[in-house]
Design a protein around this ligand. Structure first.
Ligand SMILES: Cc1cc2nc3c(=O)[nH]c(=O)nc-3n(C[C@H](O)[C@H](O)[C@H](O)COP(=O)(O)OP(=O)(O)OC[C@H]3O[C@@H](n4cnc5c(N)ncnc54)[C@H](O)[C@@H]3O)c2cc1C
Length: 470
């Protein structure tokens, strides 16, 4: 057994752990990061990057097919092998050497193995070779261990070799048919991807699709999936699963679905089961409850950022938390001022009211802040502005049959935007304008002076203002 000492120990080298470590190093601290699998985490190898790589080719093809002139040039169909190859390139064939090099350049030490908290500011790492390394932190331990796919307790499911998002994003062959449990972001994106790749897809959801978003978003995605040949079954549960060569799912409405593979995408569970949380009086397997500086409540040297704190399960939001946490750990270690007032440097205030999210389905869904339902549930006096995106000039130049919808939520007391949702082709790139308006609390009166270029889809901003009135 060997022992080491650093200012900060980060457990988990996903995007969040990497960023937190980097900020702490920039703050003058020595940092070690512990990683049990691949440096880069879920996002790089089994989530954001491979999923978007699987979706992008078909999206580009759809865009070209909706413009006369380009349409005539598209004479073939999606090249599945080339799509999978591009995905493999994007994940560096699940090799993390370039990210390890980045750690070295950033002056972050790496210990490979499974980290567990074994005492006050102490982490013990078990290597693949059963070696054991004890690391002590002078100032802080940051848990950035992310989340894993949640498998529901459905009779027969565990024995049916179900896919999770890992298998769906790393598959080397496209199954002839795929049943997907869950109509959230992962289920909807993978239904879009696999239908385009040639699978016969059945999407099974307990309620509508993309349930936490504006209802018109899930409705548009369900309609497009059905048009793409996906069998979308909403309002049903899976009661039993068996594998007889293919997988057989028995549904609560008496129906049955047969498929070559079944993908479970019903939610996430924190990777805290085997982390030694009991050593510091916390519950193993629970999400970690943190304050706005990402400090775990009740343990003043322990921090948790990214998926594991359950504030917003998104890479960009976790990296935002990591910047705040890395900086505040350095500030506290150096005895410097801590800027933890709302919107200060050391807090992740936006997690509460301004989380942007893009769902890369067809059509894309881009949202930030409140929906109408969440604003009303919060008791905010709001006005809802709806606009059909196909009516702006930019939509007609973009495509021959553009379809899209946008909704803004205005706080009537403060006269500022508190939420926006865009549904349509490539609306992802519209989203940051809304994020800035929400975070900046830009008054409606001032938004009139932010003039969208003609002819772009961004002219929806002007239409919203015209509908709102001066
Ligand atoms: C299919 C899919 C698509 C997604 N697409 C997007 C997207 O387009 N955009 C977006 O913003 N988000 C997306 N997400 C969410 C995104 O992947 C996560 O929010 C992000 O990966 C969280 O980063 P993290 O660093 O907190 O955790 P992770 O990326 O999960 O990294 C955690 C790391 O900790 C390591 N680890 C865990 N326990 C230990 C331990 N005890 N010891 C040592 N190491 C340990 C793990 O091996 C892992 O490398 C997607 C998720 C899925 C499932």
């Amino acid at each position: 057994m060997s022992a080491q000492e650093y200012d900060v120990i980060v457990i988990g080298a996903g995007p969040v752990g990497e960023n937190l470590a980097d900020r702490a190093v920039r703050g003058g601290l020595s940092v070690v990061i512990v990683e049990s699998e691949l440096v880069g985490g879920e996002c790089s190898y089994w989530a954001c990057m491979p999923s978007k790589a699987l979706l992008r080719g078909a999206a580009a093809l759809r865009a070209a097919r909706d413009v006369a002139g380009a349409r005539e040039a598209v004479t073939g169909s999606l090249d599945v092998a080339a799509t999978l190859k591009r995905r493999d390139d994007m994940t560096h064939e699940w090799n993390d050497s370039s990210q390890v090099e980045w750690l070295q350049n950033a002056d972050i030490a790496l210990v490979r193995g499974h980290g567990r908290i074994t005492g006050q500011r102490e982490v013990t790492v078990r290597g693949a070779d059963e070696s054991s390394t004890v690391i002590r932190a002078r100032h802080a331990v940051a848990v950035c261990t992310g989340s894993a796919a949640l498998l529901p307790d459905i009779p027969g499911l565990a024995d049916a070799a179900p896919w999770t998002s890992r298998e769906a994003t790393s598959a080397q062959e496209v199954p002839s048919s795929l049943a997907i449990l869950g109509g959230g972001v992962v289920g909807s994106e993978m239904a879009t991807a696999y239908a385009a790749l040639g699978s016969t897809v059945t999407l099974i959801a307990r309620s509508g699709l993309l349930g936490s978003m504006e209802p018109f978003a899930g409705e548009a995605v369900a309609k497009a999936l059905a048009e793409a040949g996906v069998d979308v079954r909403t309002g049903v549960d899976v009661e039993r699963v068996t594998r007889e060569g293919e997988v057989v799912l028995t549904l609560s409405d008496g129906g049955e679905v047969r498929a070559a593979e079944v993908l479970v995408a019903i939610g996430r569970t924190p990777r805290t089961h085997d982390l030694g949380l009991d050593a510091v009086g916390l519950e193993p397997g629970a999400w970690l409850d943190v304050d706005d500086t990402m400090r775990v409540r009740g343990v003043d040297w322990l921090y948790a950022a990214g998926d594991v704190n359950h504030r917003a399960l998104l890479t960009h939001q976790g990296k935002y938390q990591a910047r705040a946490a890395g900086d505040v750990i350095a500030a506290r270690a150096n005895g410097a001022d801590v800027d933890d007032a709302p919107w200060g440097r050391h807090v992740a205030t936006a997690d509460h009211s301004a989380v942007p999210q893009v769902t890369f389905t067809d059509p894309e869904v881009a949202s930030v802040g409140h929906t109408e339902a969440s604003a009303r549930a919060a008791g905010i006096d709001i006005r809802v502005l709806d606009y059909d995106l196909s009516w702006v000039a930019g939509a007609s130049t973009y495509a021959d049959h553009y379809a899209g919808q946008a909704r803004a939520i205005v706080d009537e007391q403060r006269r500022v935007l508190i939420g926006a949702t865009f549904v349509g082709p490539e609306v992802a790139e519209l989203l940051h304008s809304a994020t800035i308006a929400v975070v900046g609390e830009v008054p409606i009166e001032r938004l009139w002076h932010a003039v969208p270029s003609y002819p772009t889809v961004s002219e929806v901003w002007l239409r919203w203002l015209e509908a709102y009135g001066r």
